[in-house]
Design a binder for this molecule. Structure first.
Ligand code: NAD
Length: 308
């Protein structure tokens, strides 16, 4: 058995998210102090999914903390795609709105890809529009989705070396895993400042044995699946960095309530890994912090004073 001091260093997402929010607040004060309007984020939510409502509330609270003005447009579940597109069009053309997001998932009958593509690329602070994903894929500057940007920021601020290292991304979703894989493998010299890793992507059709083989060779494992217990100790190379993006709500035998868990068997993997993110308190808080950063940057770009 390893001593506690040999356990993986916990990557504290709450601490780094707080750092990012403080930086955004200071930059925002400077931006507004220079005579620019207070940045504004509008969030659209359709229906009454409790998890979505919680996510949107967290975003609105974070806006208040950093000084971004915000508003939620809550639409009934009966909203049609055409009605939603009409509202997006109005908000795209409203100069007071700098950032615009539509909380996913959307009710059946509304095509998420059509909706994400309808949000103006300049205001698309979720980075889900085809132009922003395309720009990222082509190493061009654009708006990078918040969760992938949060993963990159955690790796950077904990000085995890990615240059020429082996990374595995588990999951291939277009909004989460694909942008993470793009950021990890792309060239650090380009506009999106990639991380120069050698990346393998695994997904639901990767045979379990193959998943284990690939993970065992990885210096960095980023898992975004939503399957508790998917990554176990025997799959992890000693000293590897484990970023657990997954979130599942499962019954807690100890309290009889529900608790949030990731995709990693945290207690056992912690004994072999070098660094590990907890769930909650790892990637989750970073997502909201990076959304704040994206909203400020969108307002700056629209005002013609974007950061390099
Ligand atoms: P998704 O359902 O779109 O994608 C899941 C992916 O997992 C798919 O690409 C699928 O191929 C892959 N997969 C399924 N079973 C697998 C298996 N046995 N082995 C390997 N791969 C497998 O989900 P998503 O939107 O990409 O989200 C993934 C997870 O991340 C979810 O748990 C979600 O709640 C969480 N999430 C967390 C944050 C955050 O801020 N921490 C943000 C977004 C999503």
């Amino acid at each position: 058995m390893r001593f506690a001091s040999n356990m993986a260093q916990i990557i504290d997402g709450n601490r780094i998210a707080n750092e990012v929010r403080c930086e955004v607040r200071l930059q925002l004060e400077k931006f507004v102090g220079a005579g620019n309007r207070v940045p504004h984020l509008t969030a659209i939510i359709v229906g009454e999914d409790p998890a979505s409502q919680t996510y949107v509330e967290k975003k609105i609270i974070a806006c208040k903390e950093v000084g971004i003005s915000s508003e939620t447009k809550a639409l009934p579940i009966t909203t049609t795609q055409e009605e939603l597109l009409k509202l997006i069009d109005e908000l795209n053309n409203d100069d007071k709105v700098n950032g615009l997001l539509v909380q996913l998932p959307l009710p059946a009958g509304i095509d998420e890809r059509i909706i994400c593509n309808a949000v103006s690329a300049a205001k698309d602070v979720d980075g889900f529009n085809e132009l922003n994903i395309g720009r990222l894929a082509l190493d061009m500057k654009g708006i990078v989705p918040a969760t992938p940007l949060g993963v990159k920021t955690l790796l950077e601020r904990y000085n995890i070396n990615t240059f020429g290292r082996n990374a595995v991304v588990i999951g291939r979703s277009k909004n989460v895993s694909l942008p993470i894989a793009i950021l990890l493998h792309s060239d650090g010299r380009n506009a999106t400042k990639g991380m120069d890793a050698t990346v393998t992507i695994c997904h639901r059709y990767t045979p379990p044995k193959e998943l284990t083989r690939v993970c065992r060779q990885a210096d960095i494992i980023v898992v975004a699946v939503g399957k508790p217990g998917l990554i176990t100790k025997d799959m992890v190379k000693p000293g590897a960095c484990i970023i657990d993006v997954g979130i599942s709500r499962i019954p807690d035998e100890a309290t009889g309530k529900f608790k949030l868990v990731g995709d990693v068997e945290f207690d056992e993997v912690r004994e072999v890994a070098g660094h590990i993110t907890p769930v909650p308190g790892g990637v989750g808080p970073m997502t909201v912090a990076m959304l704040m950063k994206n909203t400020l940057n969108a307002a700056k770009s629209q005002a013609g004073c974007a950061d390099k």
